[in-house]
Design a protein around this ligand. Sequence first.
Ligand SMILES: CC(C)(COP(=O)(O)OP(=O)(O)OC[C@H]1O[C@@H](n2cnc3c(N)ncnc32)[C@H](O)[C@@H]1OP(=O)(O)O)[C@@H](O)C(=O)NCCC(=O)NCCS
Length: 220
Amino acid sequence: MNRDNSIFYNVQPEVRETNTKVAISNHPVPYYLQEMHTLDGMKVTIRLITCNDKNQLREFHAHLSEETRYLRYQYFKGDLTESDLDTFCHVDYFNALGLVAEAEKDGQKNIIGVGRYVRLNDPQIAEMAFVVQDSEQRKGIGTQLLRHLSILAWERGIRYFIGELLRENGRMINILRKSDPEMNQLTEGSGCTITLNVEDAKENTPAAWNASTCFIKPPV
Ligand SMILES: CC(C)(COP(=O)(O)OP(=O)(O)OC[C@H]1O[C@@H](n2cnc3c(N)ncnc32)[C@H](O)[C@@H]1OP(=O)(O)O)[C@@H](O)C(=O)NCCC(=O)NCCS
């Protein structure tokens, strides 16, 4: 397939997740874009993370509240290290994949949310994680990140998402339960492990009320 009619184009062949089941070399970077407006009128773009997002991601993380960081990492996470940024931004889009939600302010695009998965030893299972900027939470962005991560994971053969959450994280648990009411929740101490059916999540997670058509196409 040539670049003009392919759903893939090569940007940065990189493979960093070497301990996963499926080895990929010279992998293509899929182009995936979704636009939505929140009810308060903010235009949000959901796209795949790339290795060019390190600075933006560092900034995004630096401005998260301690509570949000704690809910995401389950410990008091300091600034993202170079190694963290490598892990999050250099992905092979198959065994590890990240989505960012981006919004424009004063002519500049900023990351306001991230969702990612990493395939586990069982190739049908991946661990997922989400985080949304404090000021933009409860606007539907986390739900859309879950929806699109599920669509992309399903296409890549992932059938179950595992989530390690704090028991107190009712908001995330609610979002996941709405997507898969049958999800398994195993509670141990202050934490819980969620197992979510990706097919259900992809089918049941509502699309944004005014999202544009979800499409995969080469960049212009
Ligand atoms: C969990 C998290 C990712 C959810 O993201 P979010 O963007 O706030 O999620 P949503 O807005 O899609 O949904 C949250 C709630 O807002 C509601 N909501 C969605 N759109 C809304 C809107 N336009 N107006 C008001 N409420 C809305 C949803 O119904 C949902 O309600 P519920 O909590 O009663 O179920 C975010 O809160 C976060 O970053 N938390 C800290 C990190 C974390 O916990 N990560 C998960 C562990 S990996």
